[in-house]
Design a protein around this ligand. Structure first.
Ligand code: AMP
Length: 425
């Protein structure tokens, strides 16, 4: 039996990365007072048609649709926003005091051609904020991504930002695009001819036509913004400047999904040799989405990041999560298993990450095994140690040896490793 095309198993290093990321995301989200959400992996198909948009590639070509045994039309979620918005409305969360900042992390499903950084089941971390129409939240949401990448130590990232304006601005821009592309229709790919009819803004982010001359001199959204939309965008930039967040204004960012208004952004990996799937994440403001899905008019802004591409970026920059989650202590028991296990138990209860020898390996193999696990310290527990109550400890990096009294162990490791239960982050 083989796994389905475009999927992968999570174990070993991948599992480490995933758990490390989840914990980091949770810690960061707590700092923003964001609340964790988990919504079903499948929803009514109609939710995505309304939420993501009938004309998007996702809905027309990429969803996993099926009928259940009760003949219901269901779809594996291709993204996280629609489900969270559905939950926000169905659970009447709009009646609580807003804003609500929601975060999620889980698998998404799209029937796409698998390649590096593109899968059919992939993981997204995302945030949706409801109830703030001011540009302050566009900027706060962007700060979340920037801080997340900063915590991971990722440097080669670029924030591209653009605005689509409000409905009025977007309509006048849409008309300008229709006028502009009309005489050039024959130069466009078939998909773009279709987009011309249904959603001309999306011609601008076409992968096929994107680099053509006609794209470069196409009208720019920024010239069609009404006063209010222009102010909104200027304010977002001011907030970002004040937080020293760097960005590039990029008029080509229109995002694939139909629901965006005002600010849209994408974060791309700016790392040599990263490959074509270099958009790590993206998002924007969606002031009409809650209403479109059947709730009361509520402003929204959010983003999603693809974890596979993020891990690829970390890898390309030589950031090894294994290095960040090294076990603290490895106990070698020289026939003193009772003592060794109770020592491991005591150290674990004091916040340390402890592995030990359960199989009575010989000395040499024990050291080899400890190296493989990348442990920081090794404790040797033999007859002599038990008798004297003094343990031999080896720093596995510097190779220095210490003789420490049993009662002083915690103090010793608190100083050497750090007195916190949050070693993982
Ligand atoms: P989107 O919802 O299309 O804007 O996607 C947001 C992020 O999810 C992208 O920037 C990617 O990092 C990730 N992503 C989207 N589709 C896939 C896929 N098929 N495989 C892996 N990651 C994906």
């Amino acid at each position: 039996m083989q796994k389905p095309k475009g999927t992968y198993d999570i174990y070993g290093d991948k599992a480490l990365e995933m758990l490390y990321f989840r914990k980091l995301a949770e810690t960061l989200m707590n700092k923003y007072n964001a609340k964790y959400f988990e919504t079903p992996i499948f929803e009514s198909s109609s939710l995505f048609h309304r939420g993501v948009g009938e004309t998007t590639d996702i809905v027309t070509k990429e969803t996993y649709d099926f009928k259940d045994r009760g003949n219901r039309d269901l779809t594996l979620r291709p993204e996280g926003t629609a489900g969270i918005v559905r939950s926000f409305i169905e659970n009447k969360l709009y009646a609580d005091s807003l804003p609500l900042k929601a975060w999620y992390l889980g698998p998404m499903f799209r029937y796409e051609r698998p390649q590096s950084g593109r899968f059919r089941q992939f993981f997204q971390f995302g945030v949706e904020v409801f109830g703030v129409s001011s540009p302050i939240m566009d900027a706060e949401v962007i700060s979340m991504i920037v801080n997340l990448f900063g915590l991971l130590g990722l440097k080669g990232v670029k924030v591209n930002i653009n605005t689509l304006g409000d409905s009025e601005s977007r309509d006048s821009y849409r008309n300008a695009l229709l006028d502009y592309f009309k005489p050039h229709l024959n130069d466009l790919c078939d998909d773009c001819k279709n987009r011309y009819e249904k959603n001309p803004l999306r011609i601008l982010d076409c992968k096929v036509d994107g680099e053509k001359e006609i794209m470069k001199s196409a009208p720019k959204m920024i010239d069609y913004l009404n006063e209010e939309s222009k102010n909104h965008f200027d304010e977002v930039l001011k907030y970002l400047d004040e937080m020293n967040i760097e960005y590039v204004i990029n008029p080509k960012i229109v995002r694939g999904l139909d629901y965006y208004t005002h600010t849209v952004f994408e974060v791309e990996a700016d790392i040599e040799g990263f490959g074509s799937q270099n958009v790590l994440g993206g998002g924007g403001r969606y002031n009409n989405l809650v209403e479109n899905i059947g709730g009361p008019a509520t402003a929204g802004v959010g983003f999603a990041i693809g974890l596979e591409r993020l891990f690829l970026a970390l890898d390309k920059e030589g950031i090894d999560i294994k290095e960040l989650v090294r076990p603290d202590i490895y106990i070698i028991s020289m026939g003193e298993n009772y003592k060794a296990l109770s020592l491991a138990n005591m150290l674990r209860l004091n916040g340390f990450n402890v592995e030990m020898d359960y199989n009575n390996r010989n000395f040499k193999n024990n050291f080899k095994h400890a190296d493989k696990l990348m442990v920081k310290f090794i404790i040797i527990v033999g007859e002599e140690e038990v008798k004297n109550g003094i343990l031999t400890i080896k720093d596995n990096d510097s190779k220095e040896e210490y003789k420490i009294k049993y009662d002083d162990l915690i103090d010793f490791f608190d100083k050497k490793i750090g007195d916190n239960d949050e070693d993982y982050v």
